[in-house]
Each structure stands twice: as structure tokens, then as C-alpha cells.
Design a protein around this ligand. Structure first.
Ligand code: NAG
Ligand code: NAG
Ligand code: NAG
Ligand code: NAG
Ligand code: NAG
Length: 430
């Protein structure tokens, strides 16, 4: 008879008897402590022994968090449905190994094997069990200067750690970039990095690629690249139609400043900011893109305006000059003509006046007999003066006539002498 140790309330005498009888009952765990990476699979190697004359009827694997004698069990040969992750890879002789697939953190702890034989009392649980430790894979990053950011040209080492220190079985790793395997080994050396090294890195156990580390995102920063200008609708357009220049550039972090430069006979002028620019006139332009790591120039684009704004300006200036010249010429001509007219008119006037005087000689001024000759002379003098003082005031003339017709005032006489043409009031000869 053999009884499991759990009911030991025996006397020393019985104990001695029991150990003699039960020496053949045994579960042997080959590894007391097993470390496994989460999501990997692990084998708990195991052997068991029982009297030769008995046959094994059932096998089961339990966990310390349950009742290791009565279950429930993670694996139980008596039950059709047990957890699929627990796979009994032993047999019904002496091999009781268990494989656990897709190990979970929940599986941490002591796993024990129990079996029964065809003997009525033939039940045994190996209480010692195998203790499982479940760990995650992690990546440690070694940066050259301890910088937080990684720049183009930097070198970085990534080391995969499994947390199962000293476990050689777990030291074969595979490295992945964006899900694609790239290399094997515990450490990934990335040197003279460029943007192509940016990506999501993971490591896994070589034999269990499902057992993966967390993701390390590598972001290689760099100054602007492939800076170029696109022109719409075309490099050559009618003045007035809008030409749009767009600057594009790859940079990490993204471009912070776009500067537009116009090159004019070797002169460099900043003409705009921002990724889009509308050139007002033709010429040579380039854009400069910059971020905190540096800047890059695009190549030069030459914009042609078919009817240049500068050309229009010239035309405008010429037109204004022409207009001013024409105006000047017209003014001069007019002035000259006016002057000429005045010169030709003067003698006319005097003639006219003389005629008037001739008429008036007979017509007027009977009052001043003694001064008549003087009057004539005065008239001629006065006439010359009048030419320059009064030009075409016909109404005044009439008025003067009226005044003269009945007035004998001297002043009036002088001013109207030459004008008196019509309606003589007196017809008399001296
Ligand atoms: C038990 O069986 C497994 C699977 O067949 C095998 O890998 C293991 O070596 C065996 N263990 C012993 C102790 O025979
Ligand atoms: C780093 O890479 C760049 C191009 O990616 C290359 O021009 C340069 O020579 C490399 N430097 C070193 C030290 O290998
Ligand atoms: C890297 O992972 C982040 C999220 O973790 C995702 O947004 C990004 O698209 C991934 N990059 C690549 C290149 O797969
Ligand atoms: C970007 O520039 C690099 C050289 O700096 C060149 O090799 C690459 O072809 C360019 N890429 C594009 C999309 O123009
Ligand atoms: C970009 O062009 C401007 C103007 O020609 C020049 O002054 C500057 O040095 C250039 N920058 C780079 C990075 O080539």
C-alpha cells in the first residue's frame, strides 16, 4: 500500500513502512527553474516512476494556484477538453514532459505532475514541481553621446535582452525592422545612419519569432534633402497670369523655414517666405529650405514673362515722355502763334485807329477846337497803348460809345477816341 504524502499522520513505525513500500513512486522534474519568454513555448521535462506491476491510467498537470491534488488541472488526460496551450508530450510509461505554448505571464509559478495507476490506491503528485518564470524581451539602445535624438551619421547599438539571465537557450535572437527579419544575434549595430535606418525595430527569440520584444522606433533626423521648385502652370507665361512656385523638400524634423531668393545680375535678394511663392516678374529664383539641422538650396528656376512688367514700365515711361513732349510742343506752337497774331494785329489796330481817327476827325470833338491837333497826336499815342491794354471787349466799346456820345470829360475822350466808329452825333467841320 502506498499513500500520498499529503495525508501523513502516520506513526514513525508506519512512516518507515511506507517509505519502504513507496520508494518506487516518484516524479522527477529535471529543471527546477525554467525561464520562458512570453509568447514562446516551453517544455517542462519530467520523468515518473511507479511499481512495475502497475499500469498508468491517467496523467495531469496542475498549477500551484489551484489544488495540485484535486485540480482543476491545466492538462488532464481524463478530460477531453483542457487548455490547448498545455500539451502533454510525455507518455504512459515514464516520460511526463509538458509543453506550454504561447506562454503567458499567468503561467508563472510552480507546475506539478499527477498520475494514477490501475491500483486502487495508485495515485501520486510530484509536489516539488518545476517553477516557471515568464519574461518579456526588451531592447536597450546605446546612443553615442547619450543624445535624445538620432542624427544622420550617428551610430546606435540595439541589444536584445530577455530577462532570463544566464539562460543560454534563449540567447539566439532575430532582429526585425518594420516586421521583416534583417539579422540575427543579441546586438544590432547601426552605424553611419541615414533616413533609411528609420523604422520600427523588434527582436525575438530565433526559435520563437512570436516571442517578440516591444517596438523601438528609430527616427533618424536630417537636414533638408531633395529641395526642388515646381512651377505651375509653366516657366513661361504671359505677364499678369499667375505663376506659382512651390518648394518641396524632405527633412526631419520637417522644414521649418522656406526662403525665396531672386538672383539678379549676381545680386541675391530675399523675396519671400513660405512653401508657395508668386513671382511678380521674370527672373531667376531658388528656394532654400531649412530645419534645425541645416538648410538646402533648390536649383535655380528661370521664369520668363512674355510681356515683362519691366518692359511695360519702359513703355509707360516712353509714353509719358512722349505725351509731355507733345504737350510742350503744342504749348510752344500755340504761344508762338499767339505772339505772332498779336504782332500782326498791332499795326492793324493802329491803322484801324487811324481810320477811326480820320472818321472821327469829321465826326467828333467839336468841343475842343484848339486842342484838335493835340487830340490826334494823343490819339495816336493812346492807340498804341490801347493795343496792349484792351483786346476784344466789344461790349465795353459800346458802353464807351455811349459815354463818349454825350460826355465831354477828358479822360473819356482819350479812351474812346480811337473807338468811335459809328453813330456820330455831330457832323460838322471846324
Ligand atoms: C520525453 O518526451 C519528449 C517528447 O517526445 C522528449 O523530447 C524528451 O526527451 C523525453 N524525455 C525523456 C526524459 O525521455
Ligand atoms: C556615411 O554615409 C554617407 C552616405 O550615406 C557617406 O557619404 C559617408 O562616406 C559615410 N561615412 C562613413 C564614415 O562611412
Ligand atoms: C512604426 O510604428 C508606429 C506605431 O507604433 C506606426 O505608426 C508607424 O507607421 C510604424 N512605422 C513603420 C515604418 O512601420
Ligand atoms: C533625393 O536626392 C538624392 C541625392 O541627394 C537622390 O539620390 C534621390 O534620387 C533623390 N530622390 C528623389 C525622389 O528625387
Ligand atoms: C543658398 O543660396 C544662397 C544664395 O545663392 C547662398 O547664399 C547660400 O549660401 C546657399 N546655401 C546653401 C546651403 O547652399
Amino acid at each position: 500500500m502506498c499513500v500520498e504524502g499529503r495525508n501523513l499522520t502516520w506513526t514513525p513505525m508506519l512512516l518507515f513502512l511506507s517509505s519502504a513500500l513507496c520508494s518506487q513512486w516518484e516524479v522527477n522534474y529535471h529543471q527546477q527553474h525554467i525561464c520562458a519568454v512570453k509568447d514562446s513555448s516551453v517544455v517542462i521535462p519530467c520523468s515518473f516512476y511507479y511499481p512495475d506491476n502497475q499500469r498508468v491510467q491517467s496523467t495531469a498537470w496542475g498549477h500551484e494556484k489551484y489544488d495540485i491534488f484535486n485540480g482543476p488541472f491545466n492538462f488532464d488526460s481524463e478530460l477531453n477538453e483542457t487548455k490547448k496551450r498545455f500539451q502533454y508530450i510525455g507518455d504512459t510509461n515514464h516520460n511526463c514532459s509538458l509543453k506550454i505554448n504561447q506562454v503567458e505571464h499567468n503561467d508563472t509559478g510552480k507546475h506539478t505532475f499527477r498520475f494514477t495507476t490501475n491500483d486502487k490506491e495508485g495515485k501520486w503528485t510530484g509536489k516539488d514541481g518545476s517553477t516557471l518564470k515568464v519574461v518579456d524581451l526588451s531592447i536597450s539602445v546605446t546612443k553615442p553621446n547619450g543624445n535624445r535624438t538620432i542624427k544622420e551619421g550617428d551610430s546606435v547599438n540595439l541589444t536584445c535582452r530577455n530577462g532570463c539571465d544566464g539562460d543560454n537557450l534563449l540567447s539566439a535572437f532575430t532582429w526585425f525592422k518594420n516586421g521583416e527579419p534583417i539579422t540575427e544575434g543579441p546586438t544590432l549595430y547601426l552605424s553611419n545612419m541615414s533616413s533609411t535606418n528609420s523604422g520600427n525595430y523588434t527582436c525575438s527569440l530565433k526559435r520563437h519569432t512570436a516571442a517578440s520584444s516591444g517596438v523601438i522606433h528609430i527616427d533618424v533626423e536630417y537636414s533638408p534633402k531633395n529641395t526642388s521648385v515646381s512651377v505651375r502652370p509653366s516657366m513661361e507665361a504671359d505677364a499678369g497670369s499667375n505663376i506659382t512656385l512651390t518648394c518641396s523638400s524632405r527633412a526631419n524634423p520637417p522644414v521649418e523655414n522656406y526662403t525665396w531668393v531672386k538672383i539678379d545680375d549676381g545680386d541675391i535678394m530675399d523675396v519671400g517666405k513660405g512653401p508657395v511663392f508668386f513671382p511678380g516678374d521674370g527672373g531667376q529664383y531658388l528656394c532654400s529650405a531649412s530645419n534645425k539641422h541645416g538648410s538646402q538650396n533648390s536649383s535655380v528656376v528661370t521664369i520668363k514673362m512674355k510681356q515683362d512688367w519691366t518692359f511695360t514700365k519702359d513703355v509707360l515711361i516712353i509714353a509719358i515722355l512722349a505725351a509731355v513732349s507733345v504737350l510742350l510742343i503744342v504749348t510752344i506752337v500755340f504761344a508762338v502763334r499767339r505772339l505772332n497774331r498779336k504782332r500782326t494785329r498791332a499795326p492793324e489796330r493802329s491803322e484801324e485807329c487811324e481810320e477811326d481817327i480820320q472818321n472821327s476827325v469829321y465826326a467828333n470833338y467839336p468841343v475842343f477846337d484848339n486842342n484838335q491837333s493835340q487830340e490826334r497826336i494823343g490819339c495816336e499815342e493812346q492807340t498804341l497803348e490801347l493795343i496792349y491794354t484792351t483786346v476784344d471787349f466789344h461790349t465795353e466799346r459800346k458802353m464807351e460809345q455811349q459815354v463818349a456820345s454825350h460826355n465831354d470829360d477828358e479822360g473819356v475822350v482819350y479812351s474812346t477816341v480811337c473807338r468811335k466808329l459809328l453813330n456820330p452825333t455831330y457832323v460838322e467841320t471846324p
